[in-house]
Design a protein around this ligand. Structure first.
Ligand SMILES: [Fe+2]
Ligand SMILES: [Fe+2]
Length: 284
């Protein structure tokens, strides 16, 4: 067993890995990450080995029961943002953006492109589900690419070879093309691997427009929004709203600004947005 990465290390590595898999259209992938000897790459592999081993249908049900009652904490939007920011890896303060900065860079890039305010707000809060880490969850159950459980794992999911170790892969209930699902049943009827996307969707589901909810719920579902590996589970509604998931993705991946956003200056704007769409306190 290799040494467990520090809380946020895996996030930066995951992001680098994503940029290697999905480089910005006119940019080359990060060369060092293509190198199989890269320690970062080994960490990402180890992360997915564990993730793919333990994200089973049963595990997802267990986590849904554990967390979807949303009775751990009540916070305003800004309290949640500040709470998430306590996740900062302070061993390396000057190279990595903190969580608030990632959120603001994403949302400010959306705002600069003139998108509607709910889209900006969605960008601002899209990773708040990572508070799961602060509730004691392991990183492999919070971040990383997501995928359906309860049916065959696609070989278009990153590191598909690691699904060999997942008990569901050998379980007849779950290892056929459709598994427990009907053809084109709609993703709302499909259980996704557990992580910050699905969790935050449940926190926000009464407050944001459907377009924003799709962005929250499926933003790490690269096997579909980039690879189209699970179209056989999608219905017309999903197809219509995945346009928004794809519209959101570049802001998540490619919105690194040259100068970090001025958090204090931007705060009033985001508090107004929160007041427009969200209740005073959110249940986590
Ligand atoms: Fe995310
Ligand atoms: Fe993100």
């Amino acid at each position: 067993m290799i040494e467990k990465p520090k809380p946020l290390d895996i996030e930066d590595l995951w992001e680098e890995d994503l940029l290697t898999r999905y480089p910005e259209p006119d940019q080359k992938a990060k060369e060092e990450f293509r190198n199989y000897d890269s320690p970062g790459r080994d960490t990402v592999r180890e992360f997915y080995r564990i993730n793919h081993r333990y994200q089973t249908h049963d595990f997802v049900q267990k986590k849904r029961t554990e967390f979807l009652g949303l009775n751990r904490r009540k916070m305003t939007l800004w309290e949640a943002v500040e709470f998430l920011n306590t996740l900062v890896d302070d061993s390396d303060p000057d190279t990595d953006l903190d969580q608030t900065q990632h959120l603001l860079q994403t949302s400010e890039a959306i705002r600069a492109d003139g998108h509607p305010d709910w889209f900006v707000l969605t960008g601002f809060l899209h990773d708040l589900g990572k508070v799961l880490c602060l509730f004691g969850e392991e990183q492999w159950a919070v971040v990383g690419d997501t995928f359906p459980v309860g049916c065959r794992f696609s070989d278009k999911v990153v590191y598909p070879e690691f699904f060999e170790q997942n008990p569901d892969h050998h379980d007849e209930r779950y290892n056929t093309k459709y598994g427990i699902y009907e053809p084109n049943c709609g993703l709302r009827n499909v259980y996704m691997s557990w992580g910050h996307d699905e969790y935050l969707y449940h926190v926000m589901k009464d407050y944001l427009p459907e377009e924003g909810l799709y962005m929250l719920r499926y933003h790490s579902f690269y096997a579909q929004h980039r690879e189209e590996a699970y179209t056989h589970l999608m219905d017309e509604h999903d197809h219509a709203y995945f346009k928004w998931v794809r519209a959101f993705n570049p802001y998540d991946l490619y919105s690194k600004a040259a100068t970090p956003p001025d958090v204090a200056k931007l705060r009033p704007y985001y508090e107004d947005l929160a007041a427009k769409y969200l209740p005073d306190t959110l249940r986590f």
